[in-house]
Design a protein around this ligand. Structure first.
Ligand code: GLN
Length: 446
């Protein structure tokens, strides 16, 4: 009730929720009370959380931030939200996001932008900006997000919370509305690494309904939280601490590195030689996969349908023209172009080769160091509207986060400090399935 009241009081300003589900929340809270009474409660029983509006939730509108799905009531529950439900969490509602998770500022949402609780003239980051703002403003205790190119880590960094993008395949994608299937991964967003560890425990596990789900035992994510950092080898990619990095961010990250050294970590200069190819490769691959995934929204099977179509072609054309926003259309066109006969080799195939080179860079780096440290973004949260007319400039802000998705490795974002009163995020990338280690380092730092 307290959290619902906070949502009512503050979300008029923040716009972090698309749908609030008070009745369902109170019903789930009563079920949690019953579990507490009969001794079947776990650590997450009764914890009020929110889900990014990209996770299908049975009987609840699941819009994906789009007019296309404004009227879509999911008939089934996603794997991740079902696991959290089974753990006894209470869902307060569904959070705002960039349309179909395409964006870095939450300004492409059909439901309007989200505001950063630290400065409401600024963006909270995206695409999981609603989840980040809601956690940062204490409108929920934790939230789910998804990360295709940084959408958990970048908004976590901009709002001063902790967010984990797990190894690709660690969490089931079943029931997550697909953006770029080879890059998408759900994950927890919370106040601390310790909270993320508890959420991961409930969220992780094999799922035969997702063909890329990994059938590997789930570790105890809290087991290593208190391990000392002595001897930890931290790599600093010289390509990331270069031109384009705001001096105020570099200062905060520099101080964070000193603190990690004081905790026993050894710092090493490393190279990720193909780093500058990551953004062009990512935006070709992500757009190509998106153009294919979004072909299902045809006005027939899901969501929005135009009025009075004259024939089937008119139905397809107008439903998509009226249902999708500008950024989504831009991605569909770029992706369709990149996959077209005659251009496939020049763009898509080339991007896939770069993807492999980027992965190899990481594998070589992890021979020398245990984790790789960087800022989450090159500058602090910018003002609403500042980059809205310049998509390429906006794409460039993803520079530190998208490589992890291309390689499939895990990454955590955590608060490193403040610059001019705004949170600065620090990112740690690790080897495949090194989530316990990333959580350990983040917890020791916090
Ligand atoms: N900003 C990136 C994009 O627009 C990443 C978004 C995401 O991770 N969902 O594609």
């Amino acid at each position: 009730e307290l959290y619902l009241k906070r949502v009512e009081q503050h979300d008029g300003t923040l716009n972090s929720f698309i749908t609030v589900t008070p009745e369902l929340a109170l019903e789930q809270a009563r079920a949690a009370d019953a579990r507490l009474a009969d001794g079947t409660a776990g650590p997450l029983t009764g914890i009020p959380i929110a889900h990014k509006d990209l996770f299908c939730t049975r009987g609840v509108r699941t819009s994906c931030g789009s007019k296309m799905l404004d009227n879509f009531i999911a008939p089934y529950e996603s794997a991740i939200t079902q696991r959290l439900l089974d753990a006894g969490t209470v869902m307060l509602g569904k959070t705002n996001m960039d349309e179909f998770a395409m964006g870095s500022s939450n300004e492409s949402s059909f439901y309007g932008p989200v505001r950063n609780p630290w400065d409401t003239r600024r963006i909270p980051g995206g695409s999981s900006g609603g989840s980040a703002a809601a956690v940062a403003a204490r409108l929920c205790a934790a939230a789910t997000g998804t990360d295709t190119g940084g959408s958990i880590r970048q908004p976590a960094g901009f709002t001063g919370i902790t967010g984990l993008k797990p190894t690709y395949g660690r969490l089931s994608r079943w029931g997550m509305i697909a953006y770029a299937s080879s890059l998408d991964q759900g994950g927890p967003m919370a106040r601390s690494a310790e909270d993320c560890a508890m959420l991961m425990q409930a969220m992780a596990g094999f799922d035969e309904r997702d063909s890329t789900s990994v059938d590997q035992p789930v570790p105890d994510y809290s087991a290593e939280l208190n391990k000392p950092l002595a001897g930890l080898r931290v790599g600093l990619p010289r390509e990331y601490f270069a031109e384009g990095l705001d001096a105020s961010i570099a200062d905060v990250i520099g101080a964070a590195i000193t603190q990690l050294q004081a905790l026993g970590a050894e710092v090493k200069d490393i190279s990720l030689p193909n780093a500058e190819l990551a953004i062009p490769a990512y935006y070709v691959i992500a757009s190509a996969e998106a153009s294919s995934n979004l072909s299902r929204f045809d006005g027939v099977r899901f969501g929005y349908r135009c009025e009075n179509p004259t024939d089937l072609n008119d139905l397809y054309l107008r439903s998509r023209a009226e249902g999708f926003g500008d950024e989504v259309k831009r991605r569909i066109m770029v992706g369709t172009y990149a996959l077209s006969a005659g251009y496939y080799d020049a763009y898509y195939l080339q991007a896939q080769k770069i993807r492999r080179m980027i992965k190899n860079d990481f594998m070589a780096a992890f021979d020398e160091v245990d984790v790789i440290l960087s800022p989450t973004s090159p500058a602090p949260a910018f003002a609403l509207g500042e980059k809205i007319d310049d998509p390429v400039n906006l794409y460039l802000t993803d520079i530190y986060t998208i490589t992890a998705n291309l390689a499939g490795i895990p990454g955590i974002a955590l608060p490193a400090g403040f610059a001019s009163g705004l949170p600065v995020g620090m990112q740690l990338l690790g080897r495949y399935f090194s989530e316990p280690q990333l959580l350990n380092i983040a917890h020791q730092y916090q």
